[in-house]
Design a protein around this ligand. Structure first.
Ligand SMILES: [Fe+2]
Length: 382
């Protein structure tokens, strides 16, 4: 079967990547820009280096800094109104997954009619809209790499997962120097999200030789450097390796797909507004335990990438060790042990089963789950 590999045309990674981006934009005679950013990052002054870089290149821009975690339809509409009022010709998304997903949604509306919920699913975006430059500030959702945007329909309490190569940013930027100030809990949650991307991509039904190396190297980098980045946010090497690790995970899952961890995490975010990375981190070892017997060889390889000494183990034993190593890493970086610690009840999870089954990520799971399987795994995750 033919395999499609998709990613941004240009990626700029490393220190001073933002300065490089400003030069790339300026070279295109781009017109007026709209920055879509996390309010928290603006308050921390993290937007300043970007604005200074754009100023030095003589670029004009407006700002929308009212993005929120788990961005909603109304936030997307407000940001789109801002694009229209400013007469902006391109967008710069600046932040983690929430800001960049908002920017992707506004890009969609710049070329296609409202509502944004119409584009839920795969390949529903006909027109590319205005150019999008995505600066990632976490490591990470890899939203700067991917064709995915997740927008919460706050009225129907459902996450709309939009997957379309037309929303892949034109240029993606990973500058570890702007990740230094991130708090440790955000570092842990976003890092475990990246690990989930790599693991799900590696065992998914869409896994391919063109994505497997990225996924395994991502797992290796995250296992080694996530604890260091959580312990000391100013450890530049750890931040840089995490930025690259999450980027590799994004390259892998953007083409190989995800699985039931994400499918089951999305309803948790939509109903309880819980951080995406935390939901994934709680569910990852539980779903892996379910999938492992069907992907023994792959999980044994993951054990090596996770840093386990498997030299005296059978493949079966090594695959079990991988799941334990994921559990250990999650605990090491301070992820809550289960959803009940976050106020989720048995009644809540029972209401999430249908959404998880219908989620576009579910199709990537190596084993098809029944609603009873999903409910059992949700109960384990409490
Ligand atoms: Fe994710």
């Amino acid at each position: 079967m033919a395999f499609t590999l998709a990613f941004p045309k240009i990626n700029i990674s490393g220190e001073n990547a933002i300065t490089e981006l400003a030069a790339v934009i300026a070279a295109k005679d781009p017109g007026h820009g709209l920055i879509i950013a996390d309010a928290a990052l603006d308050k921390l002054g993290l937007l300043t280096p970007l604005c200074e870089a754009l100023d030095r290149c003589g670029l004009t821009y407006s700002c929308f800094t009212d993005t929120i975690p788990n961005p909603t339809v109304s936030v997307v509409n407000n940001a789109y109104d801002c694009l229209v009022e400013a007469g902006a010709d391109y967008i710069i998304g600046f932040g983690g997954g929430s800001a960049i997903d908002t920017a992707k949604a506004v890009k969609i509306l710049s070329g296609n009619p409202k509502p944004i919920t119409n584009y839920t699913g795969v390949g529903q975006v006909k027109h590319v809209g205005v150019p999008l430059y995505a600066i990632n500030t976490t490591a990470g959702t890899a939203a700067e790499v991917t064709s995915n945007a997740v927008i919460t329909d706050e009225i129907n309490k459902v996450k709309c997962v939009i997957i379309d190569s037309n929303i892949i940013p034109d240029v993606s930027v990973n500058d570890p120097s702007i990740m230094l100030g991130l708090p440790s809990d955000v570092t842990a949650a976003t890092g475990m999200d990246a690990l989930t991307h790599a693991v799900e991509a590696f065992v998914s039904v869409g896994a391919h030789v063109l994505t497997n190396h990225s996924a395994l190297e991502s797992v290796r980098l995250i296992a080694e450097y996530l604890p260091q980045a959580v312990d000391d946010g100013n450890n530049f090497e750890a931040r840089e390796m995490m930025a690259l690790g999450q980027f590799l995970a994004g390259m892998a899952f953007n083409s190989a797909g995800l699985g039931m961890v994400h499918a089951m995490a999305h309803p948790a975010g939509a109903h309880k507004n819980l951080p995406h990375g935390v939901c994934n981190a709680i569910l990852l070892p539980i779903v892996c335990e379910f999938n492992r017997p069907h992907r023994v060889e792959e999980f044994a390889k993951l054990a090596v990438a996770l840093g386990c000494d498997v030299s005296a183990m059978t493949q079966e034993e090594a695959s079990v060790e991988a799941v334990q190593a994921i559990r250990n890493l999650s605990k090491r970086v301070g992820i809550p042990r289960g959803f009940s610690q976050l106020g989720v009840t048995e009644q809540d999870v029972a209401e999430w089963v249908d959404s998880a089954m219908a989620d576009p990520c579910a199709g990537g799971n190596p084993v098809t789950m029944s609603p009873e399987d999903v409910l059992a795994l949700y109960k384990k995750s409490l």
